[in-house]
Write a protein that binds this ligand. Sequence first.
Ligand code: ADP
Ligand code: MG
Length: 406
Amino acid sequence: MSTDNTVHKFVDDAAVIAFVSAHSDQLDLSVPPVVEEIGDGNINFVYRVRDHRGKSLIVKQALPYIRIIGEGWPLSLDRIRIEADVLRSEACWAPHQVPELLYFSPADAAILMQDIGDHQNLRHALIERRELPGLGLQIGDFLAATLFHTSDLFLNSTAKKEQLASFINPDLCGISEEVYFIDPFCDHERNSVNPLLLQEAKQIWADDALRAEVAELKYGFMNRTEALIHGDLHTGSIFVRDGSIKVIDPEFAFCGPVGFDLGTVLANFLLNFSAQLGLPSEMEEKNRYQHYLLQQLRELWNSFSQSFLELAEQKSADAGLASVQWRARKMADFFADMLGYAGVEMMRRTLGIAHVADLEQITDESVRVVSERLSIRLACLLITRRGELSGIEELLKEIQALQQSL
Ligand code: ADP
Ligand code: MG
């Protein structure tokens, strides 16, 4: 693991251009290009370099600390090596669904990659209530392809262990272990809670049975090395255009539970679903969009489970894992985990340190609280009843019933 903290931030535009020039000939740099810092993330620096013909590439640089906090919160540079390696792995199994990695420089802690700026941030698309056909299906296929091929159902035992070793990611897993599984479930100083939601938040913080369920999920996150997961698959890590998705930013990746990535996506769709209640629009339009979101979740789960099982049938070589009965049971475990991790993600995005724009765009606290209440009640449902719900149709019915009961 790199512990080299001597990496220096690109000092100026010329340094970023020199990096591009040294590692790619895709841009015409005979005329000075335009460099723009476009990072809206919290952790790293992201630059777009555009040449005089309009062709552009992206440079992402990690520094040994968190960008928005500074040197007070150090963070291993190994995360950018992990990001580069995951982009390579994903490109093998879902080549059109990730930006192409052009170069990784350990010395600069920087990667050079394709600009996917012709795609829109999915969180923004959902906030605009765009209806992209086939969205759930494409995300489901991406997850099936990347998770299956990095699991024991595809890799042989030695390759799987090598993968496990090369994606040990203690700093970023450490952040997740705290911000997902600890902060939202106690009165933590990092939390940010709408004062009008405080009563409900206090009930959550006092709920021992809920805490036991979250402990189980945290333990699974720390111990179940099922596949190479993205680790931060919220809707701001997925970019979309008609008929296409691109998944970025896999620096939180490690070998973890399959249900975690599925759950993070599910949660972010349901956060937007919850936000609809408080948004200023005709009821009919909001209902229509909620219906669209649930339909995408149906397609996501159905395409994921079908593709994953088909891949297992075609490509799985391990005789000990060949039982069709066991595979069906495993799929039920993935489903239950998806629900549990979705609940945790919804809690942290409503009560924890990092909120989402879907809810935060509702500026009036007394209006936002209605959406936030739905979000945390859905989260409780997902966490506590994850083992009982028989499948996606029952889940979607429960979500609608809970909304109507508010
Ligand atoms: P961080 O790791 O700091 O969260 P991200 O990888 O999420 O950074 O990138 C921050 C932003 O930079 C993204 O939201 C997106 O707008 C832009 N970005 C990152 N990678 C690309 C890319 N390959 N093409 C176009 N834009 C990108
Ligand atoms: Mg990010």
